[in-house]
Design a protein around this ligand. Structure first.
Ligand code: P5A
Length: 446
């Protein structure tokens, strides 16, 4: 993409309404624009990152054996009356009437809708296990929408639902989700720690939230500091292997880590030596639940077992806050100049800064770099505007591309360009071909 033809409405001033750094930077970098309280338009740069995050989520869900689909945003109130949640959900649910005076709602979550799909089509244990998921917009009429996409009213969620014959099978699905979530967050450059949590309006008391530690996080958390040493890495896990998935769950959840809803001070003191006790704040980027037959019993989602009897299926639901993740990643990865995208989610793989637009050699070198990077499957953002070098660097630093190639007449006389890491600020001179090769290698490992 050439910056002269792109739509990147960066702001010079720091918007006064934004209280936390991720919100400020998303507005300044022209990623989002508020449409109304807690509701945002996703401008091209923000949309690109959102799509990158979605893509990682899809890849990891499919790797775990979960099946993508799409359900609507608007739902009929009748299904929610069956589960009893139409009244329970309270004011967070946006209720709408259609022209026939029928009660509708903008879905805050999809347990009812998916249970209805299941009961309409599945009748036998032979069709289990089954996990369906989608990535779809949700609406929760939060009392205090704030911090930009962190606590929106309209937000994008990946929500998955497992259907299993009994509790053990459903717990394996729970573990599978835990493993796939650990992999997903690490690919986004995040450490998200699973913590014992509360079931809230979704239900069930077997649930973990995934928390990214950050001062601006809305949740208060208590944990054993040893937990922050755990890395999932690129280990191969067989998602059908019950023992392997269980082992990962145990590794990542056996140390004390709880949100304030389930925190038990006496147990904390007993289990964790004082030097390792931490209390901090965290951003909840996902939550997994096992709630057994709560919805299947209420809505009659049953299957015939091998001995011919009929039982309600065991279910769980599993959510990732896709749009919130942009805020969480920025909170975890920025400096005073702007965002620093991890390679896994960056909107463009690198920036190309032409120090002297209009200089024949510099223009030609930028064009050929652009072509060579594109041929490698990389997407560069070429700043081809006739701006001062300082302004070009400031824009690149603000929008946070992890790598920048700087091209100028003086370097070209020596046959070199400069490759700069946004994270370390370190620059290295090399030939344009070497810069392309280096970026190819970096992204081959992402
Ligand atoms: C699990 C999937 C559920 O709704 N039902 C379907 C279950 N869980 S949850 O914890 O309530 O939400 C899942 C994740 O969505 C994100 N989230 C939000 N993101 C932005 N703005 C909001 N107002 C908001 N509310 C929830 C969180 O990341 C949460 O973990």
């Amino acid at each position: 993409m050439r910056l002269s033809r792109y739509f990147l409405p960066v702001l010079k001033e720091t918007p006064s309404e934004a209280q936390i750094v991720s919100h400020r930077l998303m507005l300044r970098a022209g990623m989002i624009k508020q449409a109304s309280a807690g509701i945002y338009s996703w401008l091209p740069l923000g949309y690109k990152v959102l799509k990158r995050i979605e893509q990682i989520v899809h890849e990891e869900q499919i790797r775990a054996g979960h099946i993508p689909m799409l359900m609507p945003t608007l739902q009929s109130a009748d299904l929610w009356r069956e589960s009893g949640r139409y009244d329970d959900y309270g004011q967070e649910m946006l209720r709408i009437k259609d022209r026939h005076d029928r009660d509708m709602l903008y879905g805050p979550t999809n347990e009812e809708l998916i249970t209805d799909i299941f009961r309409s089509h599945v009748t036998s244990y032979k069709d289990l296990p089954l996990t369906l998921y989608h990535i779809q917009w949700k609406f929760r009429d939060e009392v205090r929408p704030r911090f930009g996409v962190m606590r929106g009213r309209e937000f994008l969620m990946k929500d998955g639902y497992n259907f299993d014959i009994d509790k053990n099978a459903a717990l394996h699905a729970y573990n599978r989700h835990l493993v796939s979530y650990l992999r997903s967050y690490e690919r986004m450059g995040l450490q998200a720690i699973p913590m014992r949590a509360d079931g809230g309006p979704i239900g069930g008391d077997y649930t973990h939230e995934f928390l990214v530690l950050a001062e601006t996080g809305e949740s208060e958390v208590f944990y054993d500091s040893e937990i922050t040493d755990l890395k999932f890495g690129d280990r191969a896990v067989d998602y059908d292997d019950v023992a392997q998935c269980q082992a990962v769950l145990e590794e990542f959840t056996s140390r004390y880590a709880r949100t304030d809803e389930t925190h038990d001070e006496a147990l904390f003191n007993e289990q964790v030596p004082e030097a390792r006790r931490r209390s901090a704040r965290g951003i909840e980027v996902g939550q997994i639940f096992y709630f057994g037959t709560k919805y299947s019993e209420a809505m009659g989602a049953t299957v015939v077992t091998p001995d011919g009897s009929r039982v309600p299926v065991h279910m769980g639901s599993h959510g990732i806050g896709v749009s919130r993740l942009l805020g969480a990643i920025i909170e975890a990865s920025h400096d005073d100049k702007g965002i620093i995208w991890p390679e896994g989610v960056t909107p463009f793989h690198c920036g190309i800064v032409n120090l002297k637009q209009g200089d024949a050699a510099a223009d030609a070198a930028c064009e050929s770099l652009y072509k060579a990077l594109t041929a490698k499957g990389l997407e560069p953002l070429y700043d081809d505007r006739t701006e001062r070098a300082g302004a070009k660097f400031a824009t690149m630093d603000l929008i946070g591309l992890p790598w920048r190639i700087t091209v100028g007449p003086r370097g070209l006389e020596k046959g070199v360009v400069e490759l700069t890491s946004r994270r370390t600020g370190e620059s290295e001179e090399m030939s344009p071909e070497a810069a392309v090769d280096r970026l190819g290698q970096i992204y081959a490992n992402v």
